[in-house]
Design a protein around this ligand. Structure first.
Ligand SMILES: *[C@@H]1O[C@H](CO)[C@@H](O)[C@H](O)[C@H]1NC(C)=O
Ligand SMILES: *[C@@H]1O[C@H](CO)[C@@H](O)[C@H](O)[C@H]1NC(C)=O
Ligand SMILES: *[C@@H]1O[C@H](CO)[C@@H](O)[C@H](O)[C@H]1NC(C)=O
Ligand SMILES: *[C@@H]1O[C@H](CO)[C@@H](O)[C@H](O)[C@H]1NC(C)=O
Length: 197
């Protein structure tokens, strides 16, 4: 009697086992799918890159250069066009800061960077005025420079401190540095050879 029962139950048991296996298969596939989604989310959406801060170009309101070899000088009013490129999936809000210009490690100008926001995956562009002056540069050093070529090499540096907002709730601190080199062409009175790291 018991043996008959076993024989009768057996096909059902096999069916159940097959169903259980199929179900486990679905659970495993779902777990893999979910893990992939979480990984993609973690790698793409939650990944925070430092925004890129750079000088795009510049125009000039005033451009005075004296090329006297023993006592050269410059006095320039520059309107620097800047860009903050934010590739993150959330806006970048940054604090006010300063941007400094150097001629061979001698500071020749400074500008204020007002606080602001760069939107989700976009580039914020704005212009700041900077007065560049060779007041602290020895006139003969600049004179030698301008004897060699009709351009003045400059570097600009700045650091922005801010936060990237993720999923409208999390804030992740991120700072970014500007490090650009450029040449002021004293004959065309233009900015050229602009390179930002
Ligand atoms: C060099 O030129 C500046 C003005 O550009 C002037 O103030 C300064 O006295 C000059 N220096 C010498 C040593 O001639
Ligand atoms: C930012 O602004 C505050 C208040 O206006 C000021 O005290 C601070 O010096 C500024 N910081 C920079 C780096 O300019
Ligand atoms: C700026 O870039 C120059 C290369 O152009 C590099 O030698 C220098 O170390 C950089 N400075 C900073 C502060 O990153
Ligand atoms: C500076 O500008 C002048 C006039 O546009 C140009 O002829 C010259 O090649 C420029 N200098 C450099 C170093 O590119």
């Amino acid at each position: 009697m018991a043996a008959d029962m076993e024989r009768l139950k057996d096909p059902q048991g096999e069916e159940r086992r097959a169903r259980r296996m199929k179900c486990l298969g679905y659970v495993a596939a779902f777990a893999v799918f979910q893990t992939a989604i979480i990984l993609i989310f973690a790698l793409v959406v939650m990944k925070v890159d430092a925004p890129k801060f750079r000088v795009r170009s510049a125009t000039f309101d005033d451009f005075q250069v004296s090329t006297l070899s023993t006592n050269a000088s410059f006095k320039v009013r520059m309107n620097a066009d800047l860009a903050i490129k934010n590739k993150n999936f959330g806006r970048y809000k940054y604090e006010n800061s300063t941007m400094e210009f150097f001629y061979r490690d001698i500071k020749v100008g400074e500008a204020v960077i007002p606080s602001g926001k760069a939107k989700f995956r976009s580039t914020k562009k704005f212009t700041v005025p900077v007065d560049l002056s060779s007041a602290k540069v020895p006139g003969n050093v600049l004179g030698d420079e301008l004897l060699k070529h009709a351009w003045i090499p400059l570097t600009s540096r700045s650091t922005l401190k801010g936060k990237v907002r993720l999923m409208l709730i999390f804030n992740k601190k991120k700072s970014t540095n500007m490090n650009c080199t450029m040449n002021l062409n004293t004959s065309s009175k233009q900015l050229q050879d602009l390179i930002c790291q």
